[in-house]
Design a protein around this ligand. Sequence first.
Ligand SMILES: *[C@@H]1O[C@H](CO)[C@@H](O)[C@H](O)[C@H]1NC(C)=O
Ligand SMILES: *[C@@H]1O[C@H](CO)[C@@H](O)[C@H](O)[C@H]1NC(C)=O
Ligand SMILES: *[C@@H]1O[C@H](CO)[C@@H](O)[C@H](O)[C@H]1NC(C)=O
Ligand SMILES: *[C@@H]1O[C@H](CO)[C@@H](O)[C@H](O)[C@H]1NC(C)=O
Ligand SMILES: *[C@@H]1O[C@H](CO)[C@@H](O)[C@H](O)[C@H]1NC(C)=O
Ligand SMILES: *[C@@H]1O[C@H](CO)[C@@H](O)[C@H](O)[C@H]1NC(C)=O
Ligand SMILES: *[C@@H]1O[C@H](CO)[C@@H](O)[C@H](O)[C@H]1NC(C)=O
Ligand SMILES: *[C@@H]1O[C@H](CO)[C@@H](O)[C@H](O)[C@H]1NC(C)=O
Ligand SMILES: *[C@@H]1O[C@H](CO)[C@@H](O)[C@H](O)[C@H]1NC(C)=O
Length: 891
Amino acid sequence: MSHFRSTSWLRLLLSVSVFLQLAQSSAQYGPLMAPLAHQPRQSSLFSFNSTWQVLGPFQIGTREATWGADPLEYVGGFRHLSYDSAATFRSSLPTNGSATWNITQAVQVSTSANSANASLSVSYSNVNWDFLKTVYGWAAVQYQAWARGELIVGGNETQHVILHTDAILEYWVDDVHYFGGDFYTFRKAPPVLHLEPGTHRIDLRLVRDVRAFGGILEPTIDVVVDVRQASGTLELVKPGLLLSDVVDGKLASPFASAFLRNSGQEDIEIVDIRPSNDTHSSLEKDLSRIVLAAGQTRPVTLHIVLPSQNASSIVYNITYRSISNTAQSTLQVSQDLTHRSMYDPHKITFVHPGGMVSYTMFRPPAKNATCHNSHSKAPVLLALHGAGLEADNGMVTAALDPVSDLCAFVLFPTGVTPWSGDDWHNWGFTDVQTAISAIPGWIQIVDWKGPQVDIDRWIVSGHSNGGQGTWYALTHRPDKIIAAAPVSGYASIQKYVPYELWQPADPRRIAVVSGSINSYRHEMLMANAKGIIIQQQHGEIDDNVPAYNSRLLAQQLQLAGANSSYNELPDKNHYYDGIMTTPVLTDFYYSQARNDAVLPRKLEQFTIVVADPGDMGSKGGIRVLQLHDPGQYGKVKVKGRVIRTSNVASLEFDPTIWDMPVAVDGQEIDLVNQPTEPDTWFTVRNVDSSWTASAIDKETAIGQRRGRQLGSMTAILRTQGPFIIQHAGSTNTTTLALQISRNLHQYFQADASIHSSFSDPAIMNATGNIITLAVSATDIEPLSDFPISIRTAGLSVTDHRNRVQEYGDAVRGAAFLRPAGGDRLELVIWGVDDEGLRQAARIVPMLTGVGQPDFIVFGESAKWRGIEGALAMGFFDSDWKVTASSVVELE
Ligand SMILES: *[C@@H]1O[C@H](CO)[C@@H](O)[C@H](O)[C@H]1NC(C)=O
Ligand SMILES: *[C@@H]1O[C@H](CO)[C@@H](O)[C@H](O)[C@H]1NC(C)=O
Ligand SMILES: *[C@@H]1O[C@H](CO)[C@@H](O)[C@H](O)[C@H]1NC(C)=O
Ligand SMILES: *[C@@H]1O[C@H](CO)[C@@H](O)[C@H](O)[C@H]1NC(C)=O
Ligand SMILES: *[C@@H]1O[C@H](CO)[C@@H](O)[C@H](O)[C@H]1NC(C)=O
Ligand SMILES: *[C@@H]1O[C@H](CO)[C@@H](O)[C@H](O)[C@H]1NC(C)=O
Ligand SMILES: *[C@@H]1O[C@H](CO)[C@@H](O)[C@H](O)[C@H]1NC(C)=O
Ligand SMILES: *[C@@H]1O[C@H](CO)[C@@H](O)[C@H](O)[C@H]1NC(C)=O
Ligand SMILES: *[C@@H]1O[C@H](CO)[C@@H](O)[C@H](O)[C@H]1NC(C)=O
């Protein structure tokens, strides 16, 4: 354990979740912990039986569990099986090819007056893990199993409880299914349950993931279930507010967030939020109606005005009422203020485009920073954290203390969560960009007199997951980046933990899933880095993220005509104090903060590789707006004024660089004489194999697919405003709407409003992307010319050759994107019945690496065969037509 302790908080990839659980337990739950396998007293309100029945192991691929791929579903599901010591189940992993039931004792069960928990550590001695690893690598030590235990509720009343499920993705409580869980142990959005006295069955699906559990040590699966009594009404998810620090007497930004949970059985409306002593400050009253559905957790935004410069805390009253009741109640929330000098690293909050408050840690140039030229503005230095780290943990900012006098505005963004939302991709990088654009507001608020900032010039660095995020920034925002230092990062999730051991599938389907994450396969995107100064660094003996990742990218950079300096640290592992300020990196920060290269760079010869134009900035002043087939990379090869494209449907040119005639695929286009508004870019489109200067067509019936509508299913994450979840209001759809809302908050800290009717007037004015849950064709407004139609019985897909494929009895459910007016998107989740809807709802974006394309039609067998059980899956092109790269199974 000492190895973990020494590197504990700064390990970005928690090799051992046990460590975190112990750390957390002693911090939060220490006094409640009972000795090993302690049998709870009968009088306790809650207790877990320490005996668990386990069935496994079975193979599972990296991030495959979202698709189902549970072999026990073939025999009706674990929930329908009973312990039988003689039963055997075919499995590819254990000796003799058979998995069996086993009895295991919880490592620990504990009980207190109003809570109880159980920690399980499951391992298998009948699998030769080491040998499998020599063949299949880290993919071999990811496996799945199920565990069954009991929660005993005492007393003689229904108990309102919350259930934390650390490191668990899926479970059942009695006959109720839960998908999502808390795979990374965030503990932000547990479900609310109302449990009768007596014994409740808990079935846990155990899924091992090397990125969360580590690849080197014994392949155990360590999970915790923790039940706590809840208030049965509005309550704080955690004490206090997310709030900016106070710098020299001023709040660095007015935005704050309270995290609220409705643990009752009726919807609750927030009536008012105001300072508890309202003699001293006023609040702008723009509270739109905020409703927390029964069981829902939501972040709620507050605009704070400090009572006085030296106030030490603030107290707010949140007034609420039950929807069916006019009587109001008050929940009080208080937060101590942190006072800092404006030169010290401090916290700044801002509103993420998703409509909730996020924060970044921030350090402006020091008083004695040597800014070489008082006329030019200082750049932004981004320091992206690793997985499992909260940016306000002092050690994150301390990593750059040794270079405190840099002439740069240093940002330590969060990416919204300790796993940076989605590994600094769609949701997480949006957070980074919003953090950068918050700097000018800070300059005004604190009346900053130091060097000015240029928010379009970035130096990017990061460690581990943040190193990977640095590659993401390099390859997706090349025109904003002066220089980058990716440290101990991985090339892509597939290169980190191989996708071997998914259920067997037609390579075309594998290509669709794989194509859905093309934008995050950095080893394919190295051409985009040409012209940027790159300083790589990796520990030689890194056993968390192998140095292979950095070596591979160094080589790929060279092969793509780009370049990097590669610094491998002999005998160094993944992390040690000082890894971000080695002599090489220190020198890099100082020299790049002085780099006055002009951006965007004019390059004589370069290539742009684009997987998802919705996710890609310009390079060399050229931006790809649309691809013909988003299942495949698009390329733009530029040599002087000669441009060759492949799979590109439209392009845009920055007039400050491109003010001349160009030849696009042999066709002359004069960019000088295009009619264009000042400051707008020239757009050219490829229509019927010919390039013409014209804007993207927004006028057709459903408009062209564009901007933030592009990308695979994760494009739904480019919401502006809280997500809108709409459904017909049945018990089952209500449960699923809550589940989606919970997962969006748990994994992205996102906000969602739930509407139990499709005609709720509150939906009219909302701006967010929409998630629709439907079991009836009449719940889904038909869209003319759209290739997927829900029928009274079944569903049809029109393929790229205009063949209409009808799916009748075989179809169970579907998930697909469609346009929702303006640049918005709707994600339709449809099932032939509630069970089919539940199957389809698993696919709503949550974990990275799952690979959801634009549409998926599910058959029953996806539950055990995974993607091979999908009847159709693939992409929509820029006209919202199904692409040729899609799979449409013929019946
Ligand atoms: C705990 O569960 C085991 C079987 O899983 C059962 O035999 C035992 O009676 C249970 N103990 C209690 C106290 O309920
Ligand atoms: C091997 O598996 C078969 C069933 O697949 C089972 O009958 C037999 O008992 C198993 N042998 C051992 C040693 O586990
Ligand atoms: C059964 O569980 C015990 C206790 O967790 C474990 O030591 C043993 O290895 C398991 N049996 C098999 C076959 O893995
Ligand atoms: C259960 O209810 C009875 C009366 O209905 C009461 O006397 C008793 O205290 C209750 N027990 C508990 C544990 O609440
Ligand atoms: C805030 O709540 C407290 C306690 O309920 C109450 O005493 C106080 O008057 C409230 N303040 C306002 C401004 O309503
Ligand atoms: C409310 O604020 C006023 C003005 O700052 C102060 O004089 C008063 O003592 C405060 N009241 C309470 C109850 O804190
Ligand atoms: C600025 O001050 C810090 C500590 O106060 C010191 O370590 C650093 O060397 C100084 N830098 C310059 C350029 O004077
Ligand atoms: C929608 O916005 C309009 C204009 O701001 C307002 O008049 C109307 O009341 C709003 N409707 C709802 C349902 O909030
Ligand atoms: C809810 O869905 C389940 C299947 O998941 C189904 O058995 C049940 O009948 C549904 N309940 C209602 C009230 O429709």
